[in-house]
Design a protein. Sequence first.
Length: 131
Amino acid sequence: MRQDPAVGWRPDWADAEPDPVPAPTLAWLTWHIGWWWSVAADHVRQRPVRERDDIRWPGPGDDTIAWLRGLRAEWTDTLDGLIADDLDRPAAYPWPADAGFTVADLAAWVNAELMKNVAEIGQLRLLRAAA
């Protein structure tokens, strides 16, 4: 993450994955969670989808914790508002629109992505504690 005086924190992002892939930071991982979780909620709620650059990381500490907790509450509210037919609706995120996936698939993907990112955060914390 880089602090930009004009817009706040911006993610380091490469459209083509660098080789070697740099080690992610806690900051980048928490922004990444916020980005895909925000966009997933946009898709499920059928509202305009925010661009990656529209998702701002609040910065280190309590602000990021509050932001992630807010995203969790929004996601829970989003899921609570669905009926069975909504789960069968086509989902164009994170896949191409014609991939054949549904809102139920998207909800499962959110859980898997969250588990992966939280495991990465846990691993970084273990490495820091061992240093």
